[in-house]
Design a protein around this ligand. Structure first.
Ligand code: CMP
Length: 141
């Protein structure tokens, strides 16, 4: 089925100036960018976005990292977009990411891991609504 998902290019990859290279990976697998914005997350935004991880030991460091510089957030649309995006990203820990994935090629560590992607339809819905109004999304058919 055609799905939508959130992709976020994290501060490490924005700083490396590889937004375009990462967009090319999405386009190569048929994922279409139907909305996008660059923003520098506030502490409150980063805490809210990652609220599901609030009890995890890495939460404070995650919030600190995600507010360290601008991020690029996009809605991707396509066939099985949630899984397709996750396959394109590779494993959360770049040391375990398959060759040719975004994290294998651009990530430095489990913290500075270049990209985030929604991990379920429920997360995709919540995360899209966190960043975008319905009217900011441009279906491309
Ligand atoms: P992301 O997909 O954005 O979701 C939460 C982030 O927390 C994850 O990518 C990692 O960058 C970061 N993180 C740090 N330590 C861990 C860990 N032990 N397990 C999962 N995620 C972690």
């Amino acid at each position: 089925a055609i799905e939508r998902t959130i992709s976020m290019i994290k501060p490490d990859a924005v700083a490396k100036n590889v937004i375009g290279e990462i967009y090319a990976r999405f386009e190569k697998v048929g994922l279409k960018i139907v909305a996008a914005k660059m923003l520098h997350l506030t502490k409150e935004q980063a805490e809210g976005f990652y609220a599901v991880h609030a009890e995890r030991p890495f939460y404070a460091d995650l919030v600190k990292f995600m507010t360290s510089g601008p991020v690029m957030v996009q809605v991707l649309e396509g066939e099985n977009a949630i899984a397709a995006n996750r396959d394109t990203m590779g494993a959360t820990n770049p040391a375990e990411a398959a060759a040719g994935t975004i994290r294998a090629d651009f990530a430095e560590s489990i913290d500075a891991n270049a990209v985030h992607g929604s991990d379920s339809p429920e997360a995709a819905k919540t995360e899209i609504a966190f960043f975008f109004e319905e009217g900011e999304i441009c279906p491309r058919g």
